[in-house]
Write a protein that binds this ligand. Structure first.
Ligand code: 13P
Length: 251
């Protein structure tokens, strides 16, 4: 049985006081008996706040991005060592907003995943097709290309903890969720691909989250699919009550 993992990607939202409020409300409202692993990914500027407030909490935290070098002349970038020193366990890599707005290539994403693993950060590796690609009928090809290129040169043991997040780009922030059948079909495809690339045991173990307009109203249906192991939540994680309801739906 794979444990469900519910992660909140805050994106570029919440200053320090907003972050204190949201984390405090989440801590207060979280049912400590929840079966799910809960992760918050605030902006870099609030990671220290997360570190302080989540010290004795079961809630984990991570960053939304990182650069692959450990230090040096990379103005404006944040290294995996810096994230580790803030106590991060996770880092989102290859989010579609990074791929499209900041032109991140599969090759760059591959370097970031390798660097995260090397530095003991668990990557939440995002993939997913655009609306145009879905309409052309090439969803599986796109997902396969992103998985193969993103994991290029990475061994099975290194993938022990890596999480894949399937986020159809057309469902992100649009209110248009993939139906549970549409999502399940791609999740199964990804799992079979991992089996082909690595092994059945890794395929059975790897966590594949769904992301794209996950809300309290659709979470239960999505999370009850056999190959959907969790959610990467955007908009609905910015309010404690809706994020807590999604966590509840994972039980
Ligand atoms: P929304 O839940 O706002 O659609 O965002 C999903 C997402 O991009 C999470 O990484």
């Amino acid at each position: 049985m794979r444990k469900k993992i519910i992660a909140g990607n805050w994106k570029m939202n919440n200053d320090i006081s907003g972050s204190i409020n949201l984390i405090t409300e989440l801590k207060k409202g979280l049912n400590e008996k929840t079966n799910a692993t809960v992760i918050v990914c605030p902006p870099f500027t609030s990671l220290e706040t997360a570190q302080t407030l989540l010290k004795d909490s079961t809630i984990k935290y991570g960053a939304q991005n990182m650069y692959y070098e450990e230090s040096g002349a990379f103005t404006g970038e944040i290294s995996p060592l810096m994230l580790k020193s803030l106590g991060c366990d996770y880092v989102i890599i290859g989010h579609s907003e990074r791929r499209t707005i900041f032109n991140e290539s599969d090759e760059l994403i591959n370097k970031k995943i390798k660097s995260a693993i090397k530095n003991n950060l668990i990557p939440i590796f995002c993939i997913g097709e655009t609306l145009e690609e879905r309409e052309k009928g090439i969803t599986f090809d796109i997902c396969e290309r992103q998985v193969r290129n993103g994991l290029e040169g990475i061994s099975e043991t290194e993938l022990d903890n890596l999480i894949i997040a399937y986020e159809p780009v057309w469902a992100i922030g649009t209110g248009k969720t993939a139906t549970s059948q549409q999502a399940e079909e791609v999740h199964l495809f990804i799992r079979n691909l991992i089996e082909k690339m690595y092994s059945k045991s890794l395929a059975e173990k790897i966590i594949i989250q769904y992301g794209g307009s996950v809300k309290p109203e659709n979470a239960k249906e999505l999370l009850s699919q056999p190959n959907i192991d969790g959610a990467l939540v955007g908009g609905a994680c910015l309010k404690a009550d809706s994020f807590l309801k999604i966590i509840e739906a994972a039980n």
